[in-house]
Design a protein around this ligand. Sequence first.
Ligand SMILES: Cc1cc2nc3c(=O)[nH]c(=O)nc-3n(C[C@H](O)[C@H](O)[C@H](O)COP(=O)(O)OP(=O)(O)OC[C@H]3O[C@@H](n4cnc5c(N)ncnc54)[C@H](O)[C@@H]3O)c2cc1C
Length: 389
Amino acid sequence: MDTDDTVVAEATDFADTVRSAAAGWDRAGALPSAVVAEAGAAGLLARDLPRRYGGAGASPEALGEATARIGAVCSSLRALLTVQGMVAAALARWGSADQRERWLPALATGARVAGFAATEEGAGTELSAVATSIEPVGDSVRVTGRKQWVTFGATADLLLVIGRLGGAPAAVLVEGDRPGLRREPVRGQLGLRAAQVAHLDLDGVRVPRSHLVAPAGFGLSHVAGTALDHGRYTVAWGCVGMARACQRAATGHAVDRTQGEVRLADHQVVRAMLGRGHVAVTAAEQLCRHAARLRAARDPDAVAGTVLAKYAASRAAAQVSRDAVQVHGAAGCDADSLVGRFLRDATVMRIIEGSDEVSELHLADHAIRAHRRRDAATPTTPVPVVVPS
Ligand SMILES: Cc1cc2nc3c(=O)[nH]c(=O)nc-3n(C[C@H](O)[C@H](O)[C@H](O)COP(=O)(O)OP(=O)(O)OC[C@H]3O[C@@H](n4cnc5c(N)ncnc54)[C@H](O)[C@@H]3O)c2cc1C
């Protein structure tokens, strides 16, 4: 097997071993710490990193398909892959040589759990409004602010915090055991219930100045930009996994269950839902593969292609999970229902890493720019010169 096949096969095997436990984690509101270690040992984390940092050098398509296999079983475990990958990608691209050597292998093995702390009360969609201050003090910087909704914020050992240094957006690494960091776990949120989300108070947390990632001014556009692009990509594939699982469950249930001697699948209205689901899943898969090809080719359209894939895949997951709950009836509303859990998780996916509405604006801008480029490239028809007789 080549590397890419191995990466997907390992994720598929791991998904099989945890399939029956995922509903319990969702109810308990946490992934067992042993599972995080096992995910690292099974080679699930930061697979696209180069081998020298503990990754597998996986292609974008293999990374995506592996993420979909986990996403089809547990969105919270998929979120671990996403966050670990986001912070690793940002450090691999913008971190110093020391930061890369020190942190990347630990992220790839799961020895350190990462958190990406950008959102604040006044800065959600509009991250340029972040107010967390990063203030130089001798050889250190002092970080002060409140971050909200940090996935794995309750347990993360290494936080990539976005703030401002001298007024410019900046990114800094904060270890989870630094004095002045207080965690406030979020419980019972709509989705990603086992992803140990927390709000964080940073009260003058001091870290060495060498923990700054890239110069001040690059924190949002470059460091957070790389992390969010990577996160969007794996969220998109995770949504493909959810949508596939819900479509499979809905089809199986519709074929197996009979009411009044008629199979559910023999009602045209039920078949229509299955047909629409098939279209949504196939389209989402194809757009994710398209994004993978753009990323592999380092195409300038890769960022927009990733927004497109995430937009389509999260909507597909939301649509197919909603219809799957409908087809399951009361069984879809059961506390342990996979399709019910994915309906809640998919709703969150339409908000995080760029909400539907913000994605639409981004995609419209992209479409308009492409239109203008095409117009500029079209040779204009020569105007006939009319010679007066
Ligand atoms: C379970 C969960 C996990 C999360 N994990 C993390 C994490 O790990 N790290 C982190 O930093 N954050 C995290 N977040 C926060 C998440 O990134 C934000 O919720 C998201 O960016 C939206 O910000 P907001 O909630 O403040 O919504 P707002 O910015 O207030 O937006 C609310 C809605 O208004 C509309 N809207 C807003 N702005 C625009 C616009 N410019 N154009 C058109 N419509 C607009 C959209 O419909 C949007 O959904 C998480 C959130 C959840 C629920």
